[in-house]
Write a protein that binds this ligand. Structure first.
Ligand code: AR6
Length: 193
């Protein structure tokens, strides 16, 4: 896919954007759920994750609910091919405010949960950009900036993936990553071997 983004940092971390389904990422230790406050099944990502993971995930979620916008909690992954699901409640755009800070909290807290279990790979969907109405461009900028800021604290992480559902969303997130990491990539290219 021409618009996909992939880079490797100096310390070996792979960052990538792909199009696909968050429930079909078998090489990831953890996948992130764009959850609802009750941590139940729903539409979009939450529906797909709960359908694929089965009742075991629902049972594990119940004692952890409800969660607040920006919060992230971690469970096992039921029948999904991953070890963990990290459930984030994104902000409803224009209702839960400030939306940008709450969306940033989701990514920061999800990466913290991943670090606590020493996850080596994590896949995120585009939290809040479906039913919760966050404009895709703004969400991409907030998400990518937050991830870039938090990465130095993620000592166990070797691979970070964004899984976008449509090719236009993939293009937006890939472009946001290119813009964020442009100076980093140019510095690398400018180096003498
Ligand atoms: N894999 C990857 N991305 C997906 C998938 C999938 N299987 N399905 C949808 N997307 P949403 P939100 C994209 O609505 O906005 C739920 O009903 C989708 O195109 O899942 O945080 C919950 O129960 C969009 O870009 O999450 C909550 O009530 C993005 O994932 C509420 O929706 C997020 O869409 C959460 O809303």
């Amino acid at each position: 896919m021409g618009d996909a983004f992939r880079m490797q940092t100096d310390n070996g971390l792979i960052i990538e954007c792909v199009s696909g389904d968050i429930t079909a990422q078998p090489d990831m230790d953890a996948v992130v759920n764009a959850a609802n406050a009750e941590l139940r099944t729903g539409g979009g990502v939450a529906g797909a994750i709960h359908r694929a993971a089965g009742p075991e995930l629902d049972a594990e979620c119940r004692p952890l609910a409800p969660i607040r916008p920006g919060q992230a909690v971690i469970t096992g992954a039921g029948r999904l091919p991953n070890k963990y699901v990290i459930h984030c409640l994104g902000p409803v755009y224009g209702v839960d405010s400030p939306s940008d800070q709450l969306l940033a909290d989701c990514f920061r807290n999800a990466l913290l949960r991943a670090e606590e279990v020493q996850a080596r790979s994590v896949a995120f969907p585009a939290i809040s950009t479906g039913a919760f109405g966050y404009p895709i461009q703004e969400a991409a900028e907030v998400s990518v900036a937050t991830v870039a800021k938090e990465l130095p604290s993620c000592t166990h992480l070797r691979r970070l993936r964004f899984v976008l559902f449509s090719s236009s969303d993939l293009q937006v997130y890939s472009q946001a990553f290119r813009a964020e990491f442009q100076s980093y990539v140019q510095q690398r290219k400018g180096r003498t071997p």
